[in-house]
Design a protein around this ligand. Structure first.
Ligand code: NAD
Length: 337
């Protein structure tokens, strides 16, 4: 019988995935990530559905001889080797826009937390200290918001920023002058954005060309009073350079829903019993370093995680599978062949 295997099934999506029916298919559901160690759970599956911590690399693809479709329950697809899929004719579908407002709202949650020093306020109140000492924040109205990547999510962030009375500039290799005029923002080169923005919010996908786009040089170009927000992908920011920037007060703070090593930190207790590579140890140390700062707020890649966002995400991933079975794949990021 043809098989569909759902990996990384979380409690928040179990009811929807359990209720989904695919006539003619055996449906398997696993809490595990799909990777070289777990693929034997469903090595003969025709369709797999994963979240972002599965590593659908060339080795995994090579060992799943019957694999014909990957449906990722995410927008980003940097965890899937598209070249290897293309060579094997495997269709890869993503969920292009389940949460443009959901992610953009989280970017502002991080920004407000920093602007109003909520991390410190929370700690003081817990200690029954009701003084305002150390809590002075800053307004967003009148400040310049710099959006890196004015796609689905970036555009929603533009609208929230405009609603708060911010000036908005954006950089994106694909410029649309009509859109900019309609939404009230201005395209500028990355260098100008970094130099002029009070808030730099990242919304570009991770690719070889965007990896570490916020490096030491970029951080040096930002205003000392500027805040960096990243809800896109950890790999966009060179974490070591960010630690240096925070230590030397090159910027005023950072709000990160995604960061290099985020997959390690959730497994930290397990890693203590396993051997860890030097690179993994370095990433963990850098994240611990970030946690020390009052002007850094981290969330565990939870920007997508609202009732409404998850509902739309899972529904679209299921629709993608049905469209593939019906012979007209949708939301395809790699067509194979
Ligand atoms: P999108 O494709 O609509 O927009 C990305 C934009 O980035 C595009 O307009 C593209 O032209 C632009 N871009 C590409 N290279 C660039 C560069 N070098 N500089 C500036 N802009 C560049 O994608 P989206 O739906 O807005 O999602 C953006 C990213 O957000 C996704 O790729 C994903 O990694 C991330 N995301 C995170 C979460 C989360 O839970 N934290 C959830 C969903 C998506």
């Amino acid at each position: 019988m043809r098989k569909i295997a759902f990996f990384e099934v979380g409690d928040h999506e179990r009811a929807m995935l359990d209720a989904a029916e695919f006539p003619g298919f055996e449906v398997l559901r696993f809490p595990d990530q799909l990777n070289a160690a777990t693929l034997d759970l469903a090595a003969d599956a025709e369709i797999v559905s994963v979240f972002i911590y599965s590593v659908v690399g060339r080795d995994v693809i090579g060992r799943m001889a019957g694999l014909k479709m990957v449906s990722t329950r995410s927008t980003g697809f940097d965890h899937i080797d598209l070249d290897a899929c293309r060579e094997r004719g495997i269709v890869v579908s993503n969920v292009p826009s389940y949460g443009e407002n959901t992610i953009a709202e989280h970017a502002f949650a991080l920004l407000f937390a920093i602007a109003r020093r909520l991390k410190v306020a929370h700690r003081k109140i817990r200690d029954l200290d009701f003084s305002v000492a150390g809590l002075q924040g800053f307004d967003l109205q009148g400040k310049t918001l710099g959006i890196v990547g004015a796609g689905h999510i970036g555009l929603h962030a533009v609208r929230i920023g405009r609603g708060l009375g911010m000036h908005v500039v954006a950089c994106d290799p694909r410029e649309d002058a009509d859109l900019a005029e309609r939404e009230g923002f201005r395209y500028v080169p990355l260098d100008e954005l970094l130099r002029s923005a009070d808030v730099v919010s990242l919304h570009a996908a991770l690719s070889p060309s965007t990896r570490h786009m916020i490096d030491r040089d970029a951080l040096r170009r930002m205003k000392q009073t500027a805040v960096l927000i990243n809800t896109a992908r950890g790999g966009l920011v060179d974490t070591e350079a960010l630690c240096e920037a925070l230590h030397n007060h090159w910027i005023a703070g950072a709000g990160l829903d995604v960061f290099e090593g985020e997959e390690l930190i959730s497994e930290e207790a397990e890693l203590l019993h396993k051997s860890m590579s030097l690179e993994q140890m370095r990433e963990l140390l850098l994240v611990h370093n970030l946690l020390r700062y009052d002007n850094v707020v981290l969330t565990p890649h939870s920007a997508f995680f609202t009732r409404e966002g998850v509902g739309r995400l899972v529904q679209t991933a299921l629709d993608n599978i049905r469209a593939y079975i019906a012979g007209s794949p949708q939301n395809v990021v790699s067509t194979g062949g």
